[in-house]
Design a protein around this ligand. Structure first.
Ligand code: NDP
Length: 240
């Protein structure tokens, strides 16, 4: 039996590495994206991973996408809530729109997607939910009150849902990456990046593949005794 995995934001950056890794593990993978169709098509051509467009901050869009995938492949066994955005700025200079965008894309998306898949996982007595948090949700970050709140929220969400699902063979875990070499990090001003790297004991950024291997580990059938955990992969930058 081939398990089906859905990776939100699965066509670029960390999500793309996760989608590829899960496919290499033998899963049937659907990689979601929101607007960058050309990146998604190139990813699909290069990897043969099926790609699908919807906005994870939109409850009805998530419901519709999950129904379509379930009709085509049966239940979704593995859900990786990876899609995320930043809208950085000091709180006093931030707008309600920036706050709402970050909360809805990073955190409400976890509710939207889990709401759609959990019932079927409960009926099947199997499921893996892996939520991508961040080091900045663990320790806070200047200019990222919105993002840190969303990513910390993911950790609480993960623990509570893990408890709700524990008796049903469903594990729910979070991965908290440190600074990883992706477009999101490339957007950090050049003069700030060396300061960040200087704070990482390993002396370098992480790679998307190093996060993908943690997600793959948590997704495996053999990882059934790990639930409610947050696994940090941050080069030693924050020891939680
Ligand atoms: P990227 O910006 O490289 O990729 C983001 C992905 O999410 C894209 O595929 C994008 O789709 C998708 N996405 C964004 N908004 C939505 C939406 N509303 N609906 C569906 N898909 C959406 O991000 P990273 O790979 O850097 O980050 C991935 C995750 O890891 C995020 O949750 C991020 O917060 C987290 N993280 C990243 C770190 C880093 O150092 N990079 C550190 C810690 C955590 P499209 O291509 O269409 O734009």
């Amino acid at each position: 039996m081939t398990r089906t995995a859905v990776v939100t934001g699965g066509t670029r950056g960390i999500g793309a590495a996760i989608s590829k890794h899960l496919k290499q593990m033998g899963y049937n993978v659907i990689a979601n994206y929101v607007s960058n169709k050309s990146a998604a098509e190139s990813f699909c051509q290069a990897t043969n991973v099926e790609v699908m467009q919807w906005d994870v901050s939109d409850f009805e869009a998530c419901k519709k996408a999950i129904q379509e995938i379930s009709t085509k492949y049966g239940t979704i066994d593995i859900l990786v809530n990876n899609a995320g955005i930043t809208r950085d700025g000091f709180l006093h200079k931030s707008t309600p729109q920036q706050w709402n965008e970050v909360i809805s894309t990073n955190l409400t998306s976890c509710f939207n997607m889990c709401h759609g898949v959990i019932q079927a996982m409960r009926e099947k007595s199997f499921g893996r939910v892996i939520n991508v948090s961040s080091i900045n949700g663990q320790k806070g970050q200047i200019g990222q009150v919105n993002y840190s709140a969303a990513k910390a929220g993911i950790i609480g969400f993960t623990k509570a849902l893990a408890l709700e699902c524990a008796m049903k063979g469903i594990t729910v875990n979070a991965v908290a990456p440190g600074y990883i070499h992706t477009e999101m990090v490339a957007a950090i001003p050049e003069n700030i990046l060396p300061t960040i790297i200087a704070q990482i004991p390993l002396g370098r950024l992480g790679t998307p593949e190093e996060i993908a291997s943690v997600v793959g580990f948590l997704a495996a059938d053999t990882s059934g005794f790990i639930t409610g955990a947050t696994i940090s992969a941050n080069g030693g930058q924050y020891l939680s």
